[in-house]
Ligand binder design. Structure first.
Ligand SMILES: Nc1ncnc2c1ncn2[C@@H]1O[C@H](COP(=O)(O)OP(=O)(O)O)[C@@H](O)[C@H]1O
Ligand SMILES: [Mg+2]
Length: 287
């Protein structure tokens, strides 16, 4: 077990400015590939469908999802697929070989997605003004949001996976793991030094908040340990401070984090954590 949880150095971080990037959610190249169905794509789809690691998914991955994977391969972001790392409620995560390193490929299953709830998480987000209510559009916006959130978090000095590419309902990002497999979640290990780990998590929450973002599902399940560093993952649902319920989400994150560290033997007060995270006030506050 690592005894140090080194905090990411803030010197390299550029704090985002006041502007919020607009995110394009128009039709994707993957949909066009799926419609066109040329021979090469058909062969790719058949090969992937026959591969062991995708056997279970055959029925839940639609043609356009295979087309998205195909596009990511063609663009050189993925060279070979490994096994599944996680099969979640709405997304499956796979280990894969990327351009020059290992990557994690997160595939959202559009049909399994609770898009009504997803829609609610996009509320008030200046990056998604004018997004309609169509299920597919919402899931595609979600993936772009996850990528944008990872970029923003990184820029703010939070240790998160580097986002590599987003194609339709598929996100490719930096992979954390070693010979024993994927990096362990905070909740899966025995922590010797909960106080140090807590201080890092608390600081990352504050940096995220200062960049105008609230994780919204922060707990010991969405923090992994890699080479002695804590990495915050799963930023799809992260909302901007403009969200009407952003305060509730932040309070819930604080509750989860405080409860976890308290269980680890380092007593943390939810109120103290909330105060730490929200001081100083977020910048940007957006429009
Ligand atoms: N970049 C990554 N590197 C290594 N493992 C990852 C990565 N991203 C996700 N995982 C693993 O996959 C699991 C599910 O991913 P996550 O993004 O949390 O999706 P979900 O929405 O299903 O919770 C995580 O708990 C973690 O164990
Ligand atoms: Mg998760």
């Amino acid at each position: 077990m690592p005894t140090e949880f080194e905090l990411l150095d803030l010197e390299e971080a550029e704090i985002p400015g006041d502007e919020w990037e607009e995110i394009d959610v128009t039709d994707t190249e993957a949909d066009r590939i799926a419609r066109k169905r040329d021979r090469e794509f058909e062969q790719f789809e058949k090969r992937i469908k026959d591969a062991d690691q995708f056997k279970v998914e055959q029925s839940v991955f639609d043609d356009a999802t295979f087309a998205a994977l195909y596009k990511l391969v063609q663009d050189g972001h993925v060279e070979a697929f490994g096994g599944p790392i996680s099969t979640g409620k709405e997304a499956n995560v796979y280990h894969a070989l990327g351009d020059d390193r290992e990557v994690a490929v997160k595939v959202y299953r559009i049909n399994a997605s609770n898009f009504r709830q997803m829609r609610e998480y996009l509320e008030g987000d200046p990056r998604f003004e004018g997004l309609g209510g169509k299920k597919k559009d919402v899931v595609l916006a979600w993936v772009k949001k996850e990528l944008a959130n990872l970029e923003r978090a990184r820029a703010a000095g939070v240790n998160v996976p580097e986002p590599i590419a987003a194609e339709r309902n598929v996100l490719v990002m930096e992979y954390f793991g070693d010979d024993d497999g994927r990096a362990k979640r905070l909740g899966e290990v025995q922590i010797e030094n909960p106080e140090t780990a807590y201080e890092v998590v608390r600081e990352y929450m504050r940096r995220l908040y200062a960049a105008g973002l609230i994780h919204g599902d922060l707990s010991e399940y969405n923090i992994v340990i890699h080479e002695g560093h804590l990495v915050v993952i799963d930023l799809g649902q992260a909302v901007t401070v403009h969200h009407p319920n952003s305060r509730d989400f932040l309070e819930r994150d604080c509750t989860n984090v405080a409860a976890f560290f308290t269980r680890q033997g380092f007593e943390v007060s939810e109120a103290d954590l909330l105060e730490f995270v929200t001081e100083p006030k977020p910048d940007p506050t957006g429009a």
